[in-house]
Design a protein around this ligand. Sequence first.
Ligand SMILES: Nc1ncnc2c1ncn2[C@@H]1O[C@H](COP(=O)(O)OP(=O)(O)OP(=O)(O)O)[C@@H](O)[C@H]1O
Length: 277
Amino acid sequence: MPADPSRSTDPLIELDDARVLRDGRAALDGLSLRLPQGRHTAILGPNGCGKSTFIQVITRQLYPLAHADGRAPVRILGQSRWDVRALRAQLGIVTGALHEDLLSVPELTVRDVVLGAFEARLAPQDADPAPADRQDRAAAALARVEAAHLDARPYAALSTGEARRVLLARALVHAPRALLLDEPAAGLDVVAHARMLRTLRRLARDGVTLVLVTHHAEELIPEIGHVVLLRAGRIVADGPRADVLTPALLARTFGAPLRLHDGPRPRFELEGDDADA
Ligand SMILES: Nc1ncnc2c1ncn2[C@@H]1O[C@H](COP(=O)(O)OP(=O)(O)OP(=O)(O)O)[C@@H](O)[C@H]1O
């Protein structure tokens, strides 16, 4: 990362012909993408299109093949190499995989989970108790997502909706400029779902850039003005929301006649779908 990445005006995420093989097959097949700071973007596509692979590339759990000419296939804020801790301070990440990892340590409290972000670990280990400024920031991050009351609860005992808010607080504790969110409202009940979308809208309006990776239409909150459609590890379309979410491009992406009813509560309609069939 640069000496002071907080001043960088480089694109948030750049992929240059990124190719990732899994079991010998291309999960990302020459993906080129440029997501600038300040633009809320959704990466949308069906199961298996490469969304999780994309996230794992950003979190450095997977690496694209190197280019023969030395070009970097992935850059974040202009850097092709980055330290995980420095990255988290710029780009908070909320994924189901992180949730699973946190569940593997049953004694963690919610406060531990948020404090762990300062050390890029599941739980804090540097000092016990953590320094007062970190405690204050953890409390503020929990309050920001209306989860202050969960502070002392065991993370493993939370409901899905509560845990999702805590993950969001953990991602926000560094006041990152951007959030990378993997299906942030999936699996939540109707109230938790609406609350999560409301929180995301507020964060977007507060100036946190959102990069949302999803196949759920309802997560396309109005602040998302740019959409990238992905199919089989390739880009089908990349452009302004209204230009991209067309029946023709959605059909090409999902392989079926799909229409988006856009608006405050976007939803997909599969044409010809008959509940009695
Ligand atoms: N651990 C793995 N080993 C081998 N192949 C994998 C692995 N994980 C994913 N793949 C393959 O890589 C491709 C992209 O998968 P990926 O999980 O990135 O898609 P996705 O869009 O996140 O799907 P979903 O919406 O179902 O989570 C798929 O063809 C998938 O079968």
